[in-house]
Design a protein around this ligand. Structure first.
Ligand code: DQA
Length: 184
């Protein structure tokens, strides 16, 4: 007869396991940049008809089912986005970011994201690589664990699932450490 495996003794329940549990209790930040407050109305041919409030509600339901806390933030101002990312560097388990047009212009956002030692997933509703040349370069991708683009509103849920796959199953997930900036 098979016996149930014993519950871990305090000695076996290592500090690392406790630290991992503490880390998982932290929220995942979902940060949206300029003009994303206009989703649903703005260029629906690129960004669809789902509003940001609807995206956040859907993500909340998804996170609740997985027992994960989320922090939502949207701003049209670069400095406020940086303040939020700095806050996430102290408090977040991971960060999902759609930086909107700042993706293509902001070294300051890149620098802020480099403060994070937890997973960062860059999301775009549209496939930026199939659009104008100026949208095909992201300043922030070097600080991201991964990039999801072209799947519309579903990209945010994909990002959440990718983070959970990485942080709950590190042996099968994305690399734990982000590639260091090798630029001179
Ligand atoms: C976007 C793509 C950006 O080029 C654009 O400026 C946005 C939205 C996207 O989600 O597809 O504001 O980040």
């Amino acid at each position: 007869m098979m016996s149930a495996s014993p519950s871990p003794s305090p000695a076996r329940d290592s500090r690392a396991a406790k630290a991992a549990r503490g880390e998982r209790a932290r929220p995942i930040y979902v940060v949206n940049g300029p003009n994303l407050n206009m989703l649903g109305e703005r260029e629906p041919e690129h960004y669809g008809r789902t509003s940001l409030a609807e995206i956040e509600a859907e993500l909340s339901a998804c996170a609740k089912a997985k027992n994960v806390a989320l922090v939502f933030f949207q701003s049209n101002e670069e400095g406020r986005l940086i303040d939020c990312i700095q806050d996430a560097a102290q408090n977040a388990r991971a960060l999902i970011i759609n930086a909107g047009a700042y993706t293509h212009s902001s070294v300051a956002l890149l620098d802020a994201l480099k403060l994070l030692s937890v997973p960062v997933v860059e999301v775009h509703l549209s496939n930026i690589f199939a659009r104008e040349a100026f949208r095909q370069h992201s300043y922030i991708s070097p600080a991201a664990s991964g990039v999801i683009c072209g799947f519309g509103a579903a990209g945010y849920r994909m990002a959440l699932n990718a983070i959970l796959a990485q942080t709950d199953m590190p042996q099968t997930g994305m690399p734990q450490t982000r590639i260091k900036d090798t630029a001179p």
